[in-house]
Design a protein around this ligand. Structure first.
Ligand code: GAL
Length: 683
C-alpha cells in the first residue's frame, strides 16, 4: 500500500500495513553456514525484515555489465523460509573500483579543490553523467531481476546522501549548477544578477557559463544569495539523482515502497526529494551525544525534527551497540537502554525499525561498530534485549500504525530555505536547528508534549507555536499562522524574524516585515550582544529579571499591543522587550531578544502561563519521558524511565497496559505503553 508523500506533514503516518522490525544485514561478510543460522536467529528474535545490499556493488556487478545476483537470491530465499522479507538498497554510495578507474574525473571535489578518491565511500559526484548512467544501469538491473520476487518488499535509495560530504565543486558540478541556474532564472542572466545583488563588489555575470560554485577561497566571504542558490542546487541535484532511481524502481514494480535514510545537510526533506518517496527513513544513533545528560533530550529532538520534515518515518538503522570509527568509540548501551531508546523512537514517530547491524563485522573501517551480535557470533544480552522487543512489538506494532504523535507546543523547523539562508550569514548566533533544539530541550525536560513543525503545516491542536529567529519568512505561510492564532493559539515570534526575503536580501520594510501585522510591533533598532554582561540589556517580566544574551532589539508597539516585559537598562530602558497582541481568539507574543537557554529557563514558566500550557501528565515523576500517539479512537501513552533509579507513578492513565510491569513502578531504562480510549488526562 505505498502512497507517495505528496503532502508531507508532521501528522502523516507511514503508509505501511505491517510493522517492520529487523536489522541491517551484510551477507557478503559471512559464510554460508553462518548465514543459515542467522535467518533462524532473526526469526527467533521476532524479526520480519532485513535491509541488504546497499554496499554490495562489487558483489552484484563484479565487472562492468556482468551482474551476479546469486548471493542475494539465496539469502532472500533463506530468509523468506523463516518469514523474513527483504528491503534492498540501491548500491550507489560506493561504486566498485572498476568504475572510478574507468572514470577518474567522476569524483566529488571539496571546497578547497581537493578531489575525493576511491578507498572509502560517497566519493562519486551525482552531477557526473557517468555516475548517473551507472546509477540508472545498476538500479534497472536490480529492479528487473527482483520485480517479481515476492520477498522483496521495498527499496532504500543509495545510503545516507551527504552523510560525510555535501558540497561538490567538481567540473561536472559546475556545469550542473549553471544548468540549474539557467532553468531557475529562465535563461535571463540579468534576472540572476538582480536576484543575487551582483552590483555589490562587481560580481555581475554576462552568461550562465561564467558562474562558479561558491568556494571557500574566494578569498573572503561569498555572496549570500549565490550561496543560497548553491544550497538549492545541491538539493535539486540529489533529488534528480534519486528520482532517476525511483522512477526505474516504480516502473518495474509499483507495489514496492521506496524511501531514503536521512537526515543530513543540503537536502530539503520537505521538498521534492521526499515527495518522490513513500516516506522518509531516519538513522538513529543517540550515543553520538557523549554526555548522558544530553542524550535523552537530543534523541527526542532528532526524532521530532525528522517528523517535522515529512511526518512519521521508519528507522532503517537504530543503534544496537557501541559505535566506533577511527576517531571515536561510543560507550556501550547499558542493559535495557536499547529497549528504552527503541521505545522513544516508537513514541516519537517510528512506524517500523531496523537495528544497525545484525552482527559486528570483523574487518573494514567500521569493524568496531557493534551490532546486535558480537564478532564471535555468540548471542548475549543485546540479542536477548532485541528479542524481547520483538516479542512486545507483536502487540504494540499494529497498535502504533496509523497513529500520529500529539504535541501541545511546537517549535518551527524543517524549512530548507530559511535554514540555508541563515547558514550563509550566521554572524555567530545559533542556527535555526540549534535555536529550536535549545527551546525543545526546556519543554521536553519540563514534561510538555513538545515537538517541531513547519509554519505551513497543520498547527491545529497546538497551544503554542514558536517561530524563533527565522530571517527568511515566506509570505505564503502567513495565512496559516494567522488562522492558528485566530483559532486561539499563542504564537511567539523571536527577534530577527522576517528580516530577509527569499533572495536572501534584507527587506526594505521595517522589520518584522511580513510578520508586522501579526506581531503588532516595528523594530526600530537592533544589536548583536557579543558579551552579555558588558553594557547589559536587562529585561523585567513582572519581577522575572534576565540579561539578554546574543541579540537585542528596540520595539515600537502598534496601538493596542500590550507590553508584557520591559528593558530596564542602557538606552533601551523603558521600551518594550516582550509584547502581546490579541488576535482573534489567540495572541501573538514578540520577544525582542534571542530565545536562548537562559531566556527560556527564566521566562519559560511565564510563557507557559500565558499560553495556558500544561505538562503532558501533571505529577509525572521527573526524568520520565511521556509521549502520546493517537488517532481519533485511542491514545497510546508511552513512558520511558531515563533515571538511574526506579520511579513510582501515582496517576497513570486508565487503559490497557500493552507493555510494562504489572505494578506502577518503572525500573531504570524500563518502559510502559498504555492504550487508552480517550484523550482524557487523569484529574
Ligand atoms: C550510518 C550508515 C551505515 C553505517 C552506520 C555506522 O550512518 O548509514 O552505513 O556507516 O552509520 O557508522
Amino acid at each position: 500500500m505505498p502512497t507517495l508523500c505528496t503532502q508531507p506533514s508532521h501528522l502523516r503516518p507511514v503508509p505501511v500495513s505491517t510493522f517492520w522490525f529487523g536489522a541491517c544485514y551484510y551477507p557478503e561478510h559471512w559464510d554460508e553456514g553462518t548465514r543459515r543460522e542467522d535467518a533462524k536467529r532473526m526469526r527467533d528474535a521476532g524479526m520480519n525484515v532485513v535491509r541488504m545490499a546497499e554496499f554490495a556493488a562489487e558483489v552484484l556487478e563484479p565487472a562492468p555489465g556482468q551482474f551476479d545476483f546469486r548471493l542475494f537470491d539465496d539469502v532472500i530465499e533463506e530468509l523468506a523460509r523463516h518469514g523474513i522479507s527483504t528491503i534492498l538498497g540501491t548500491p550507489t554510495a560506493a561504486p566498485p573500483r572498476w568504475f572510478t578507474l574507468a572514470h577518474p574525473d567522476a569524483v566529488q571535489v571539496d571546497a578547497r579543490g581537493v578531489s575525493l578518491q576511491h578507498g572509502s565511500r560517497q566519493h562519486v559526484s551525482q552531477s557526473h553523467p557517468e555516475v548517473r548512467a551507472y546509477s540508472q544501469r545498476v538500479t534497472r538491473a536490480l529492479a528487473e531481476h527482483y520485480a517479481e520476487n515476492p520477498h522483496v518488499i521495498g527499496w532504500q535509495t543509495d545510503n545516507e546522501f551527504n552523510c560525510h560530504f555535501s558540497e561538490d565543486h567538481s567540473a561536472a558540478a559546475q556545469t550542473h549548477f549553471q544548468e540549474f541556474l539557467a532553468q531557475k532564472y529562465a535563461g535571463d542572466i540579468h534576472a540572476l544578477n538582480r536576484a543575487w545583488g551582483n552590483t555589490f563588489w562587481s560580481l555581475s555575470y554576462g552568461d550562465f557559463s561564467e558562474i562558479p560554485t561558491p568556494r571557500e577561497q574566494a578569498p573572503t566571504h561569498a555572496n549570500p544569495s549565490h550561496q543560497l542558490d548553491y544550497a538549492r542546487f545541491l538539493d535539486w541535484r540529489i533529488t534528480r539523482f534519486q528520482r532517476e532511481q525511483v522512477e526505474i524502481l516504480r516502473a518495474f514494480q509499483p507495489k514496492w515502497f521506496v524511501f531514503h535514510n536521512g537526515c543530513f545537510s543540503k537536502i530539503d526533506y520537505r521538498g521534492e526529494f521526499v515527495r518522490d518517496l513513500d516516506f522518509l527513513g531516519y538513522d538513529s544513533y543517540p550515543f553520538f551525544s557523549w554526555d548522558v545528560r544530553d542524550r535523552g533530550a537530543g534523541h527526542a529532538f532528532n526524532l521530532d525534527r525528522t517528523r517535522a520534515w515529512s511526518g512519521n518515518f521508519i528507522i532503517p538503522e537504530m543503534q544496537s551497540g557501541p559505535g566506533a570509527q577511527s576517531s571515536y568509540f561510543h560507550d556501550t548501551p547499558e542493559p535495557g537502554e536499547i529497549r528504552r531508546m527503541t521505545y522513544t523512537a516508537l513514541a516519537r514517530g517510528a512506524d517500523s525499525l531496523l537495528y544497525f547491524r545484525w552482527r559486528t563485522c570483523r574487518y573494514g573501517a567500521e569493524m568496531y561498530w557493534c551490532g546486535i551480535l558480537d564478532h564471535d557470533n555468540i548471542p548475549r544480552r543485546r540479542y536477548e534485549e532485541v528479542a524481547r522487543i520483538g516479542r512486545e512489538l507483536k502487540k504494540v506494532g499494529p497498535e502504533i500504525l496509523g497513529t500520529s504523535v500529539q504535541m501541545d507546543v511546537a517549535i518551527a523547523l524543517a524549512d530548507y530555505e530559511a535554514m540555508e539562508a541563515h547558514a550563509t550569514l550566521p554572524y555567530g548566533v545559533p542556527g535555526l536547528s540549534n535555536s529550536a533544539e535549545t527551546l525543545h530541550r526546556w519543554f521536553h525536560e519540563q514534561g510538555y508534549a513538545c515537538g517541531c513543525a513547519h509554519p505551513d503545516d497543520v498547527l491545529e491542536g497546538l497551544s503554542l507555536f514558536i517561530l524563533p529567529h527565522w530571517e527568511v519568512v515566506n509570505p505564503a505561510w502567513i495565512p496559516n499562522l494567522k488562522a492558528f492564532v485566530e483559532r486561539g493559539g499563542t504564537l511567539l515570534i523571536g527577534a530577527r524574524s522576517g528580516t530577509r526575503d527569499r533572495n536572501n536580501h534584507v527587506i526594505s520594510e521595517t522589520p518584522p516585515g511580513v510578520l508586522a501585522e501579526l506581531a503588532g510591533v516595528r523594530v526600530s533598532e537592533y544589536s548583536r550582544k557579543n558579551i552579555p554582561d558588558q553594557r547589559p540589556w536587562q529585561l523585567n517580566w513582572e519581577g522575572e529579571h534576565l540579561v539578554a544574551e546574543d541579540w537585542v532589539e528596540i520595539l515600537a508597539p502598534d496601538a493596542g499591543t500590550e507590553v508584557l516585559a520591559t528593558w530596564t537598562s542602557r538606552h533601551a530602558a523603558g521600551t518594550p522587550a516582550i509584547t502581546r497582541k490579541a488576535f482573534g481568539n489567540g495572541q501573538v507574543l514578540y520577544a525582542a531578544s534571542g530565545l536562548t537557554a537562559s531566556w527560556i529557563q527564566t521566562l519559560g514558566p511565564r510563557l507557559c502561563e500565558q499560553a495556558r500550557l500544561q505538562p503532558v501528565l501533571p505529577g509525572c515523576p521527573p526524568g520520565v519521558e511521556v509521549v502520546r500517539r493517537g488517532d481519533p479512537g485511542k491514545t497510546l501513552w508511552f513512558f520511558m524511565n531515563h533515571n538511574d533509579g526506579e520511579v513510582i507513578f501515582k496517576d497513570l492513565p486508565a487503559g490497557d497496559r500493552l507493555v510494562g510491569p504489572e505494578n506502577d513502578t518503572l525500573d531504570p531504562n524500563d518502559v510502559m505503553v498504555i492504550s487508552a480510549s480517550t484523550n482524557k488526562v487523569p484529574d
